[in-house]
Design a protein around this ligand. Structure first.
Ligand SMILES: [Zn+2]
Length: 396
């Protein structure tokens, strides 16, 4: 198949500063064996003292037993979804020198999920600068991406780094409510919207779903986790309405999506205070929920690259769920969502770039996930007039 020419994309969901800093970290995304991962971590620690940070670990390929983790030099290892983090005792003591005793709580899964913005920001802070942002956006351009929205602003310094790097026009800032509250008036003005989380992720078995995950390392029935009670979420939304900012709500599992839509329906006329309401990911949305979201004028912000979760996480999703992941055809053909209008696309950095996302869109593992090239481009629409050539393999 000849290369396809496309305009550079606007990635509507990323974490540029975090990923720019993780690029200095050990990449485990191609590693399939525990021994190889441990070798890589050891080699990195031999080159550079201090904390070794790694990302891209896929626990459907290998587990990291506690005993091996503790034998390693000081390490912090992110699961590919970022919704799971292992830090060994020596790593924790290095980090607690900077961030305090709170570090000891990262191994508590519930604490971790509900403090994810804080934890990700520790790491984004470790090595942030205008310079690494410039490098990172150069790399994005090389992958066919012009702009990348920052879904989790670290703090005011990040805005300064973007300004210094002359990259303000190539991002949009979203901030957790706590981060937003701590910004100066000028900083708050730069922020487009507030970001909320309602659940975790499929990879970490923490996306909140109606049926139980298939048995894994956890014992007992696991339906994932809702981060807030209905009442807590309702209060947060009511409070957020005062800011008159856009909001983006992370909701992956059908149970989390149900909660998000129901609580949005529950705030009544306050809903008009939000210039824009986005639901992020909505991988396991059903038709009934989609129609309610459509009625509320909600924008769905989704990631075609997560089509592959249907294959990668068949081991943990309950029966029938893999087939329901990322139901783009249902959303467009039955619920009436329009790519580029109320269905927008991004990568969440897993991975960044046009190639994998387009491959997964044109040749998805599940027929209901298929997008046409024009739907893909509309959902990823950027205002860049630069052109990118992307190679796609047509299977079979
Ligand atoms: Zn994200």
């Amino acid at each position: 198949m000849p290369p396809i020419e496309i305009p550079l994309l606007a990635d509507h969901h990323s974490h540029p500063l975090l990923y720019a800093t993780l690029q200095q970290a050990v990449d485990l995304s191609d590693v399939t064996e525990l021994d190889d991962a441990c070798d890589l971590l050891q080699q990195s620690a031999d080159r550079q003292a201090g904390l070794t940070v790694a990302h891209g670990w896929k626990d459907n390929r290998f587990e990291i037993p506690e005993s091996r983790l503790q034998q390693l030099p000081p390490v912090a290892i992110f699961n590919v979804s970022l919704h799971q983090l292992l830090i060994n005792a020596t790593g924790q003591s290095l980090l607690s020198a900077q961030y305090g005793e709170v570090i000891n709580r990262v191994n508590d899964r519930r604490w971790y999920e509900s403090h994810l913005p804080t934890v990700l920001n520790w790491f984004a802070n470790l090595a942030g600068s205008a310079e690494i942002l410039v490098q990172f956006y150069d790399q994005l351009e090389g992958l066919g991406v012009w702009s990348a929205e920052e879904m989790l602003l670290v703090d005011e310094r990040e805005i300064d780094w973007f300004r210094e790097a002359d990259l303000l026009l190539r991002t949009t800032f979203w901030a957790a409510p706590g981060t937003f509250a701590n910004l100066s008036a000028a900083g708050q003005k730069q922020v487009h919207g507030l970001k909320f989380f309602t659940d975790g992720a499929i990879g970490a078995r923490s996306a909140a779903i109606q049926h139980a995950y298939q048995a894994g390392s956890q014992t007992g029935k696991n339906h994932g986790m809702l981060i807030h009670t209905d009442h807590q979420l309702q209060c947060q939304l009511t409070q957020a309405a005062e800011s008159h900012k856009a909001i983006a709500i992370h909701a992956i599992g059908d149970r989390a999506i149900e909660q998000a839509i129901t609580q949005l329906e529950g705030i009544g006329p306050l809903i008009d205070h939000f210039p824009e309401i986005r639901l992020e990911h909505v991988q396991l949305i059903n038709l009934e929920q989609a129609c309610r979201a459509k009625r509320q004028g909600i924008v769905l912000s989704m990631q075609p690259n997560f089509n592959s979760d249907s294959v990668n996480y068949g081991d943990r999703l309950p029966d029938g769920y893999a087939e329901r992941n990322n139901p783009f055809r249902m959303l467009i053909d039955k619920a009436g969502f329009v790519p580029g209008v109320d269905l927008i696309l991004g990568s969440d950095g897993m991975p960044h770039g046009a190639a994998f996302a387009l491959q997964q869109s044109l040749y998805p593992p599940i027929e209901n996930q298929r997008l046409s090239l024009s739907e893909f481009l509309a959902g990823y629409g950027s205002n860049s007039d630069k052109v990118f050539r992307v190679d796609i393999e047509s299977p079979g």
